[in-house]
Design a protein around this ligand. Structure first.
Ligand SMILES: [Zn+2]
Length: 331
């Protein structure tokens, strides 16, 4: 852990709320920071934790100089523990929770608080969660649990009911765009708006898209969908290339375009279309497609996205072929 960068503006309100609870001695011992990906939950958790373990914190901000802060910078603070899946996308199992027990019953070594960060808490499996319940109820003196909950995956109700939730909402578009421009000064306004839209308004996710060149992938997905409608490529060929990477992301964009298409068909108002760069294509489809079929594809896309989010065991190639064929049949 390096020195902490200052928190983005949109986290200011929730930070203030946590600090005023802390000042009054009623900071909950188990806090869930919940929100979509890309809103800065981790940054907030790190800053909160840093202030709690620092021995000379001022208004919740770590001093960055005391022994406790230096140990934290070196990733070797004895009073900080982290629970996370061994691999991204896997569950947090019960073993690490059991191993934590002796540490939880010992007193803090550095004079500050003891803090456990659980990220993402929605990946705790049932056994791991059950092993944690008692700790969450009676965390022991000066011990805090900070749980990060990535929406929309649900958090187990048993965990949720033992924590206090702090929700982090999508920031105001202008604020998000300003922040993004500061982080990525090379991007122009159109690019900034586009990635923010793609990220459903989550600035850190938008930044990740900018850095990962998601716009190019999005463009290619659009080229593929257009080619299918024009009979210039095969459904199975596109499915085969899509299945190799970012299926969820592609379906998410596609769903946005369909939602725009529905708006366009129902209202004929071009300015309501969120993805203006796709407008011409959508207008061409809107003229020919039967709205019932558009809705059917929309619902199937949503269901497929849900299966991917829930990581149900599905044949992605078949799933994509079916969806792309429905798309082909729209015009
Ligand atoms: Zn300090």
């Amino acid at each position: 852990m390096q020195h902490l960068a200052s928190l983005p503006d949109w986290l200011g309100a929730v930070w203030q709320r946590l600090q005023s609870m802390h000042d009054q001695g009623r900071l909950p011992h188990a806090i869930v920071l919940g929100g979509s990906k890309g809103l800065g939950k981790r940054q907030l958790a790190e800053q909160l934790m840093a202030g709690l373990v620092c021995t000379q914190a001022q208004q919740g901000h770590a001093c960055e100089q005391c022994k406790s802060c230096l140990l934290r910078h070196a990733n070797s603070h004895p009073d900080i523990q982290r629970l996370a899946p061994e691999e991204e996308g896997k569950a947090i199992l019960v073993d690490p929770v059991r191993k934590l027990q002796p540490w939880l019953s010992a007193t803090a070594q550095q004079g500050g608080a003891k803090v456990v960060i659980i990220e993402p808490a929605n990946e705790l499996n049932v056994n791991a969660a059950n092993a944690l319940l008692k700790n969450l109820e009676e965390p022991g003196n000066n011990t805090f649990f900070i749980l990060l909950h990535d929406w929309p995956k649900p958090l187990l109700a048993t965990i949720k009911s033992r924590c206090q939730s702090q929700e982090i909402g999508i920031p105001d578009q202008q604020l998000a765009q300003q922040w993004l421009a500061q982080q990525h000064p090379d991007a122009n306004v159109d690019e900034l708006q586009q990635v923010l839209h793609m990220a459903h308004g989550a600035p850190l996710l938008a930044l990740q898209y900018l850095q990962q060149q998601a716009p190019a992938l999005r463009h290619q997905s659009l080229v593929d969908l257009t080619a299918i409608l024009r009979n210039q490529t095969s459904v199975s060929g596109v499915a085969e290339s899509w299945v190799k990477a970012d299926v969820k992301q592609r379906l998410d964009w596609w769903l946005q375009w369909l939602q725009d298409l529905i708006k366009l068909q129902q209202t004929k108002q071009a300015h309501l279309v969120g993805n203006q760069d796709v407008l011409k294509l959508l207008q061409a489809i809107a003229k020919k497609a039967d709205i019932k079929q558009v809705f059917a594809l929309h619902d199937d896309l949503l269901a497929s996205l849900d299966s991917l989010v829930q990581r149900r065991n599905i044949n992605q190639q078949l799933m994509l072929e079916k969806l792309l064929y429905q798309w082909y049949q729209l015009v």
